[in-house]
Design a protein around this ligand. Structure first.
Ligand SMILES: [Ca+2]
Ligand SMILES: [Ca+2]
Ligand SMILES: [Ca+2]
Length: 250
């Protein structure tokens, strides 16, 4: 009887560990959830000088995530805007806030204290996939360098673009190219039970449009704390050793 009970508890532990392993694997292979964003154009224009940045706002329902990306894609279909280095959607800035405002100027003036500090505008956190560039193909897309966004020129934290093609004056944005896209890998977790508002600015207000989405990994399957898992494994090893010792002594 003693032998049987010892054997079944080892067996039970083995199967528990197997179950844990399966849930860990399934949480890792979970597919990402994609939330499409619906943009509304705000009233008026803002920016630097000249100031012709149109601002679009999208509401994000209450959400909780550790890691997420926001993707902005040019969907202008080669319509509107300018050619060459200014092909495609011209992104002046991107902001995430708990505050909902209705005008481009108000979006520009949202105080820093009301913005979520989640963006990393270096190439590590801002992944650019350039779209195609209408001729001339030199110089490269404005506000980019070697295929990355150059935030020293694009200043994506501000709606401050100088809307001009004059090389001496143009500043404060980057152009995505036709069908280009940019992925912002958020650097901090977000957990909120009230809606968030995403704002993007388009320089020129000249018919170019973008689509946006939030990509969130599926909520992970609850997994035990690492210490709990280690403790359980140790208990299993202890029992297994004890069981083998008992058998040996017989
Ligand atoms: Ca453009
Ligand atoms: Ca800017
Ligand atoms: Ca434009």
């Amino acid at each position: 009887m003693k032998k049987l009970s010892s054997f079944s508890s080892v067996n039970f532990l083995t199967s528990s560990i197997a179950t844990l392993a399966i849930s860990l694997i399934s949480s890792q292979s979970a597919t990402a959830a994609t939330i499409a964003l619906g943009f509304t154009k705000l009233t008026g224009l803002t920016g630097g000088s000249p100031a012709t940045t149109a601002v679009f706002r999208a509401e994000i329902k209450p959400i909780s995530f550790d890691k997420a990306s926001i993707v902005i894609k040019d969907v202008s279909n080669r319509k509107g805007g300018y050619v060459g280095g200014f092909s495609g959607f011209d992104l002046d800035g991107i902001k995430l806030s708990y505050r909902s405002v209705d005008s481009a100027t108000a979006a520009r003036n949202i105080p820093t204290s009301d913005l979520l500090d989640v963006f990393d505008f270096t190439p590590a956190g801002t992944l650019f996939t350039p779209g195609s560039q209408r001729p001339p193909t030199e110089p490269e897309l404005f506000g980019t360098k070697d295929g990355n966004v150059n935030n020293a020129v694009a200043t994506l934290g501000k709606f401050d673009a100088n809307s001009t093609t004059d090389p001496k004056k143009v500043f404060g944005f980057f152009s995505l190219g036709d069908n280009g896209q940019v992925e912002f890998k958020l650097k901090s977790p977000v957990s909120t039970n009230i809606p968030l508002y995403l704002y993007i600015g388009e320089v020129g207000d000249n018919g170019e449009v973008a689509a946006g989405e939030v990509i969130v990994p599926d909520p992970p399957t609850p997994v035990p704390e690492p210490s709990g898992l280690a403790g359980l494994s140790l208990a299993g090893i202890y029992l297994a050793v004890r069981y083998r010792k008992k058998n040996k002594s017989k």
